[in-house]
Design a protein around this ligand. Structure first.
Ligand code: KIV
Length: 272
């Protein structure tokens, strides 16, 4: 008797490339825990990013800088346990890849081995070329991240749109080409003018994934807590809210508190 295992199609970096080739947009969202990752993996999402935005939305820090490699591995391992289909990309946190290419490789290997991730993402261009190449040489897929790179917030001083001036736009174009030539399988373009994002996307053969980069990129990414309306304070122009979970959760919890106080929960049917 033979056992037929149902084939579950997993998303690979090659499939993302094929999506770009045939003009199919790539959908990417962040997740940081098992329960949410399980829900979004079941929707047909292509890529789940365990972003270092966990530092903001999960831990309440003002920036992404404080999150550690151990904490990223904890979040990533929880996500990987839930995911059956999507490609899971994990951010290398600040301070774990800029020092030397050897350190970058050790950090990436820990993420792959201890969390079971499928790829890593690093912020920056020419400055981190050696780290990107070293990680790729170990067979670990790398995604780049250009434009607004939140790990450099103290250098920029603000979270406003990047690469509006010609000099910075030219550097971004060069960095994108360099990351592609190194062997990155894709690049996140964050908060840059839509015209520049289009130019970059047309000039590259690898996919670009935009956040605040307009429609003419190969895919889109949003932070899940923002697009679900859990986080009310963050309202950039690029953010579309697909739900108001803040209101839904508040209403449910207010109802629960009131039921407990009124001794209406649990009921006869809800007790053993
Ligand atoms: O950390 C993150 O969530 C990210 C996305 C904003 C692309 O890098």
């Amino acid at each position: 008797m033979s056992v037929h295992k149902q084939e579950l199609k997993k998303i690979t970096t090659h499939q993302l490339q094929e999506m770009k080739n045939r003009g199919e947009k790539i959908a990417m969202l962040t997740a940081y825990d098992y329960s949410m990752a399980k829900i979004i993996d079941g929707t047909g999402i292509d890529v789940i990013l365990v972003g270092d935005s966990a530092s903001n939305v999960m831990a309440g820090h003002e920036t992404t800088l404080p999150i550690t490699l151990d904490q990223m591995i904890y979040h990533a391992a929880s996500v990987v346990r839930a995911v059956k289909r999507a490609l899971v990309v994990v951010d290398l946190p600040f301070g774990t890849y800029q020092g030397s290419s050897g350190e970058a490789l050790r950090s990436a290997i820990r993420i792959m081995k201890e969390a079971g991730a499928h790829a890593v993402k690093l912020e920056g261009g020419s400055e981190i070329k050696d780290s990107v190449e070293r990680i790729l040489s170990a067979g670990i897929p790398v995604m780049g991240h250009l434009g607004l790179t939140p790990q450099s917030i103290y250098k920029f001083g603000t979270y406003t749109v990047r690469a509006k001036e010609e000099e910075e736009a030219n550097k971004l174009m060069k960095d994108a080409k360099l990351l592609q030539d190194c062997g990155c399988f894709g690049i996140v373009l964050e908060k840059i003018p839509a015209t520049l994002a289009k130019k970059v996307s047309l000039s590259l053969h690898i996919p670009t994934i935009g956040i605040g980069a307009g429609p003419d990129v190969d895919g889109q990414v949003l932070v899940m807590q923002d697009m679900l309306g859990i986080n009310k304070e963050f309202k950039p122009r690029f953010l579309r809210r697909y739900a108001d979970l803040h209101a839904v959760i508040t209403e449910a919890v207010v109802h629960y508190v009131s039921d407990v106080k009124a001794k209406e929960f649990p009921s006869e049917e809800e007790k053993y």
